[in-house]
Design a protein around this ligand. Structure first.
Ligand code: PEP
Length: 248
């Protein structure tokens, strides 16, 4: 199954989000790629989850949190729990985005708990993994990906998407080369098989990092690339609708 997920990060106001949804819905019809089995998701900031859910979910577009806490409630100022994401209309949640790992100290141990909490509340986790440029230059890419995926040995199988996002390709305009993507995705598939056995092939692996309508068709042609997690280009509804159409 192909998946295209928009990560708005800390961008857009409510009015801008509503305008985005209006344009997107004009361009995406059930007859277009969504009718071809493409899973489309939008991950807005927390403040706009309810609004975006109310605008797009009846049209088959899923809404994702950009993060979620492992505990269902309690004294965690500034955090949002998995049941609160569900309550706001989410069907999934991004977990372990490199900006969460880099700027907010998100660890693999915390992510294992978050993946399990997401499943407990019937949310689809999109587990983001990827190496820094320093790690790639040191020849450690596969080791890092293996470490980040090792949490699956603890969580066991469940509904999941994995997004391979080389940190150096996020928001830089420098997307990974086809050979680099192919190697990483093949390795991720093998690791999924090691940890999840029979269910490994049910896990689509998305690529993320400077995806645009100009480079997405080439990325989609790479073995084991099942779609994209898109930041910058997903802020433009016309470009995002083009990406969805390309995935169909
Ligand atoms: C992202 O935020 O996950 C991302 C891939 O960003 P961009 O598309 O801007 O590189």
């Amino acid at each position: 199954m192909r998946c295209v997920v928009a990560n708005w990060k800390m961008n857009l106001t409510a009015a801008e989000a509503a305008a985005f949804c209006e344009t997107l819905l004009e361009r995406i019809t059930p007859q277009s790629s969504m009718g071809q089995g493409v899973e489309v998701g939008i991950a807005p900031p927390f403040t706009m989850l309810g609004l975006v859910s109310s605008l797009v979910r009846t049209r088959g577009i899923e809404v994702f949190g950009q993060n979620g806490h492992a505990e269902p409630k309690g004294a965690f100022t500034g955090e949002v729990s998995m049941p609160q994401l569900r309550d706001a209309g989410c069907s999934g949640v991004l977990l372990g985005h490199s900006e969460r790992r880099q700027f907010f100290g998100e660890t693999d141990a915390a992510l294992a708990k978050k993946v399990k909490a997401a499943w407990q509340w019937d949310l689809l986790p999109v587990l983001c993994i990827g190496e820094t440029l320093e790690q790639r230059d040191a020849g450690r890419t596969l080791e890092v990906l293996g470490q980040q995926l090792s949490i699956l040995a603890e969580t066991g199988p469940g509904p999941l998407r994995v997004a391979y996002e080389p940190v150096w390709a996020i928001g830089t305009g420098r997307r990974a080369e086809a050979g680099q993507v192919e190697e990483a995705h093949a390795f991720i598939r093998a690791e999924l098989q090691r940890h999840l056995a029979g269910t490994a092939y049910e896990v689509p692996i998305l690529y993320g990092g400077s995806v645009t309508p100009d480079n997405f068709p080439e990325l989609l042609a790479i073995p084991e690339v099942s779609g994209g997690l898109v930041g910058g280009a997903s802020l433009d509804p016309v470009k995002f609708a083009d990406l969805v159409a390309q995935a169909g």
